[in-house]
Design a protein around this ligand. Sequence first.
Ligand code: HEM
Length: 474
Amino acid sequence: MTILMVALALAAAGLFFRWCEHGRNRRLPPGSMGWPYIGETLKLYTENPNSFFSTRRKRYGKIFKSHILGCPCVMISSPEAAKMVLASKAHLFKPTYPQSKERLIGPAALFFHQGHYHSLLKRLVAASFSPSAIRGSVASVQTIALKLLSSWEHATSPICTLLQMKKYAFEVAMMSVLGGEAEVETEGIRCLYGELEKGYNSMAVDIPGSRFYKAMKVRKALNERLMKIIERRRGKGGGGGLLGNMLRVEAGELTDSQIADNIIGVIFAAHDTTATVLTWLLKYLHDNPNLLQAVAAEQEGIARKLQLEGERGLTWDDTRDMSLTARVIQETLRSASIVSFTFREAVEDVELEGYVIPKGWKVLPLFRSIHHTSDFFPRPHKFDPSRFEVSPRPYTYMPFGNGLHSCPGSEFAKLEMLVLLHHLITTYRWRVVGEEDAIQYGPFPVPKGGLPIHVTHQSRRWEKDSTSFSSISQ
Ligand code: HEM
C-alpha cells in the first residue's frame, strides 16, 4: 500500500513538473492551462462558447493558451493570425481531428490529409460542387425540398426543425455524391449513417458494448454497401456525381477504400452543417417578422414570375435573384457561427505574433469569436443582414473556413438553403413552439430541442395582370 502511494505521488509530481515546464523558458502566449490533463475542457464544453472565448480574450488578448481534450493549445482570434494558420503558413499547421471521428469517417477522407493526396481530392470535390457543376442540379434539389415540405402538411403535432432539415440535407448530399442515380443500397445507407453518426463524439474506445464499438461495426456494414455501388459503377464508366468523378481519375490514383472514405466524409461535412444552419434560419426569420416580410416579398416576386412563365420550376438564375435572402443566409452563418473553431497542429515550433507555438500544440482559429468582434461587425449581437451590403474585411468572415482546407461545398450549401427557403416562405407559415431562446450544443449550437415548430399551409391567390397578390391562410 505504501509503495503504491509513493508511486502515485511520484507520478503526480512528474505530471505537475512537466506541466510547469510548458510555461518555462518560452514566450508562450498568456492564458491558463486549467487542471492537469482535464485542462479547461469541461469549461469549454459546458459554458456558452461565446462567454468562454470573450472572457479569455478580454483577460489575455487575441491569442491565448489553454488545454483542452488532453492537449495544450493556442486559441487565436485575430484575422492576421487566422490568415497565417489557415493560408499563408498552412504547411506548418496540419489538420487534426479527434481519433473517433477519423476512424469512423475513414482515415482516407480528405480533411485529414495534406500534400498531393489532399490536392487531388480537393480538386475533385471542388469541381463537383463548383457553380458550373451544380447549376444543373437545382431541379433535383427542388424535388427533394418539395417532398420534405409536403410531408409536413399532415403533421398533427409540432415538428422538430433540426430533424427535418437533417433529412433534407442528407438526401441532397446523397444525390450530389451519387449523381441522382437510383441505387438499391441508398435506403440502407441512410439507416446505417444515422447509427454511425451517433459515434462521432464518443471516445475511441473499441471495446464491446461501447458506443464507439457499435459505430465501428456500423461503419464496416456501410463500407460493404458502398463497395457494391463502387464495383457496379466501375463497370459502367463511373456515372454521375462526385462518385463518378472520383472513379474517372487516372487508373490506380484512388483505391475503392479511399473513395468510400471520401463519400462518407462528404456526407459528414455536408449534412449536419447545412441542417443546423437551416434550423437557425427559421429561428432568426421567426424572431424578426419585418425581415421575414421583406424576404417573403422577394420570394413571392420570384414565385409569381415562375407562375407567369408557365408554372416552371426554379432555375440557377432565379436563385441569383435572391439578394436579400442570400444576405439573410450570410448573417445567419455569422450570427450562429455553427463551426465555432477548427483544429490544426503545429508541425514544428512556430513564431506567431511574437509568441512561440511549440511543435505538437493544437492551434484553434476561433471563427465565432472573430465573427462576434465589434471592430469587424458593429453591434455583433444584432441580427442585421444589411451589414453584408458591403463585403467584410479579409479573414474576418470565415463560416466556411479559409485557405487550403476551406469548404468546397459552400455554394452548394447556399443553393440548398435558397431552394428550401423559397418554397417554405411562399407556401407555409411557421410558429416556434415552447422555450424560445435556449440553445443546446451537440456539437453545433442549435436552438433547444432542435426548434420545434408548428407549420401551416397557405394557398396563394395570384392577381393576374398585376404585380400584387394576396395570400390566404387556411
Ligand atoms: C452551411 C453548411 C456548411 C458549413 C457551415 C461548412 C463549413 C465548413 C468549414 C468551416 C470547413 C473548414 C474546416 C477547417 O478548416 O478545418 C469545411 C470544410 C469542408 N466542407 Fe464544408 N460546410 C458546409 C457545407 C458543406 C457541404 C454542402 C459540403 C459538400 C461538398 C461540404 C464539404 C466540405 C469538405 C469536403 C471540407 C474539407 C475540405 C478540406 O479539408 O480541404 N461542406 N466546411
